[in-house]
Unconditional design. Structure first.
Length: 268
C-alpha cells in the first residue's frame, strides 16, 4: 500500500473533485455531465454519450512506464493514535472514563504487580473496571464500583491505557506512468475541461495516495483534432507518479515497563 490501482483512484478523484467541487450531486463547473473513471471507455457507451454531449475522462496506466526509484531509508516508521479511554489514579482508587475500542489495552499496577485487559469495540469504562478488579482479586482485595476500581490500601498504584500503533516500512519506490484521457463531443468543451484539470493538477506537486505523499509530474500530452467525422475529440495528459511499496504492521504499545531496582522488580 499504495499500489498502481491506488494511484489511478487518486488521480480520478482529483479530476472529479476539480470538475465537481460540490460533489457529484451538483452540476459540474462546466455545466456538462462528466464521467470520470479508471480504465478505458466502452465503445458503445462512449458513442452513445458523445451524441448526448456527455464527457468521458478515463485514467489508465501506461504500459512499460514503470521505473525503480528506490533511494530512501527502509527504517520502520510508526504512529500511535490516542486512546479513547482514560485512567486516573486517586490514592488507592483508579477511575476509568470514555468508551473502549479494539486495539486498546488498559492496565493497573499495584503492589509491584501488573494487570491488563485488551479491550473490544463497545467496551464501557465500567466493564474495563470490572474486568481489572476481577483479575486483581486473585492476589489482593479489589472491588469495582461503577467505572472505578478501589484497591483497599494499595501501594504504588499506577494506571494506564495505551493504543496499538501502525508501523510502515518502505520496501521499494517506483515511478509509474498514467494517462488521463479526455473524450469529448466537441473541441471547445474539450479544451475548457482539459485546461481546468491541467491547472489543478499542476498545483499538486504531491498527491495523497492512501495516506502517502506521492510526487506528481506532467510528462507529456497529445490531441486528436480530426473528430468531426466521428463526433469525438480527444486529448490526453500524461503523468508520472512516484509512489512507494510499503509493508504495514500493527505495533503493540508498552503498557508498563519492569526494571530490576535493588533486586526488586519495579513496575513503571
Amino acid at each position: 500500500m499504495p499500489d498502481r490501482s491506488d494511484v489511478e483512484q487518486a488521480l480520478a478523484g482529483l479530476i472529479a473533485g476539480t470538475l465537481y467541487p460540490n460533489g457529484s450531486a451538483s452540476d459540474s463547473v462546466v455545466g456538462t455531465v462528466c464521467k470520470v473513471y479508471r480504465g478505458w471507455p466502452v465503445a458503445n457507451a462512449l458513442e452513445s454519450d458523445m451524441e448526448q454531449g456527455i464527457v468521458h475522462i478515463s485514467v489508465v496506466p501506461i504500459a512499460g512506464a514503470v521505473r525503480d526509484r528506490t533511494r530512501y531509508s527502509t527504517e520502520w516508521q510508526g504512529v500511535s493514535p490516542p486512546a479513547t479511554v482514560t485512567a486516573t489514579v486517586n490514592g488507592d482508587q483508579v477511575d476509568f472514563a470514555g468508551a473502549g475500542g479494539s486495539g486498546q489495552v488498559a492496565g493497573i499496577g499495584v503492589d509491584g504487580r501488573a494487570y491488563a485487559y485488551r479491550m473490544r469495540d463497545g467496551d464501557s469504562a465500567a466493564l474495563v473496571a470490572a474486568v481489572l478488579a476481577a483479575e486483581i482479586r486473585a492476589d489482593r482485595p479489589a472491588v469495582a464500583i461503577g467505572s472505578s476500581v478501589h484497591l483497599l490500601n494499595g501501594r504504588n498504584v499506577l494506571a494506564r491505557v495505551v493504543m496499538d500503533g501502525q508501523g510502515g516500512q518502505e520496501l521499494r519506490r517506483q515511478q509509474g506512468g498514467f494517462r488521463a484521457g479526455f473524450w469529448c463531443p466537441d473541441p471547445v468543451i474539450r479544451d475548457q475541461i482539459v485546461g481546468l484539470v491541467d491547472t489543478a493538477l499542476a498545483a499538486s506537486t504531491f498527491i495523497d495516495v492512501g495516506g502517502w505523499a506521492c510526487r506528481l509530474q506532467l510528462s507529456g500530452e497529445s490531441s486528436t483534432d480530426d473528430g468531426a467525422a466521428a463526433g469525438l475529440w480527444r486529448r490526453d495528459l500524461l503523468y508520472t507518479v512516484e509512489y512507494p511499496t510499503v509493508m504495514i504492521e500493527t505495533l503493540p504499545a508498552m503498557l508498563f515497563g519492569i526494571a530490576d531496582v535493588n533486586a526488586v522488580d519495579w513496575i513503571g
